[in-house]
Design a protein around this ligand. Structure first.
Ligand code: PLP
Length: 354
């Protein structure tokens, strides 16, 4: 058995097959059909919010959201360099410029203080990432948003199912974009869901992702094709059935890792806040000992068929595509994370004695 870092969760073949048969019988493979609508309703209930829309992936969704919510007269989007490239690609597709700002000391998420220092007359929006599903400092970003009148758009790609206190993490900011890609804790193979704080932005997004066609059938805005197909939506409907049970199993594996590594001060597994209902979609391990090379650890694990991934190195300002982007401040903490974090395999089927 090979232990991949993010193995997709899948339903029983016969369960999915039944749904596929009903899709074929209906004659509708896409265009807001029965499974798109069923998944949307189930997610509204699960996430306890009405303003959500579905999309065919989070990169497209982020580009559309940044385009529709950020200030059209300003050019810059403040974001983190410690993320997957999609965060930054979507900013550029939205015709804006990324400005990289440091992450928190001893954390993975964008630092509110560093963000505040970077805000200027060109700041059109702030895009923090809930890295690995760990919540950003929500209160501080809310406060910054109000004081400077700048929208916060969360890249919540990793955050499906995470709750902070009683509230779904997704229901924060002006908008939050969750990926439901195959590698995520909940998946539709490819896909995304987007939360909006305002109803109007939600319906505008729905038409943007349907070629700009509005409720009256008019092409009233610039659009693209961001629709989630029936086959993808049905996979989501089936996967939703086992999501909570899968999280419990993943948590057990997390606890095994945690017990195994607790006494080793060369490495650090994150401590989870007691208020957090986590999704265990990623298991990041930080190497604290400078003499240990992350690539050698990854190669050594691979010899035992354990496939760990270097999420997220290099940091984006060190990549050829984004190296010309603006940096505000010194990125000291992000540089420290570069080549130090690896994500260990985590999946419901990897549980010892499962
Ligand atoms: C932080 C982050 N943002 C955005 C994305 C893009 O998601 P998608 O693959 O659904 O386009 C990813 C994908 O893994 C991601 O990790």
């Amino acid at each position: 058995m090979i232990f991949y870092s993010n193995k997709p969760s899948v339903p029983k073949t016969e369960d999915y097959q039944r749904l596929v048969e009903s899709i074929f019988d209906s004659g509708f493979l896409t265009n807001f059909g029965q499974y798109h609508n069923a998944l949307l309703e189930k997610l509204k209930r699960k996430l306890d919010t009405k303003n959500i829309a579905l999309c065919n992936n989070a990169t497209t969704a982020l580009a559309c959201v940044i385009r529709s919510i950020s200030d059209p007269k300003k050019s810059d989007i403040i974001t983190t360099p410690f993320t997957f490239s999609a965060t930054c690609h979507s900013i550029i597709w939205a015709n804006k410029k990324p400005v990289f700002v440091d992450v928190e000391d001893n954390g993975f998420n964008l630092c509110p203080k560093a963000v505040e220092n970077a805000i200027d007359k060109n700041t059109a929006a702030i895009v923090p990432v809930h890295c690995y599903g760990i919540p950003c400092n929500l209160d501080k970003f809310d406060d910054i948003s109000v004081r400077y009148n700048i929208p916060i758009i969360y890249d919540a790609a990793h955050a499906f199912g995470v709750k902070y206190g009683d509230k779904s993490l997704v229901a924060n900011g002006s908008a939050s974009v969750v990926s439901t890609h195959a590698t995520k804790a909940f998946n539709t193979a490819e896909g995304a869901l987007v939360y909006f704080s305002e109803d109007e932005k939600c319906s505008q997004f729905a038409s943007m992702t349907n070629f700009g066609i509005d409720e009256n059938g008019e092409t009233s805005t610039l659009g693209l094709n961001g629709k989630l197909s029936e086959l993808h939506a049905a996979l989501g409907v089936a996967n939703l059935e086992t999501f909570e049970k899968n999280i419990e199993k993943r948590q057990k594996l997390w606890n095994h890792y945690s017990t195994a590594f607790r006494s080793d001060d060369r490495i650090q597994l994150i401590e989870l806040d007691s208020n957090l209902r986590f999704n265990f979609g990623y298991c990041p391990l930080t190497i604290l000992d400078d003499t240990i090379r992350v690539d050698r650890v990854i190669a050594k694990l691979a010899e035992s068929k354990i496939i760990a991934r270097k999420y997220f190195s290099p940091i984006l300002n060190n990549t050829s595509t984004f190296k010309e982007s603006k940096v505000a401040g010194n990125l000291k903490n992000a540089k420290h994370l570069n080549n130090r974090v690896l994500c260990l395999p985590i999946h419901e089927s990897y549980l010892p004695h499962a």
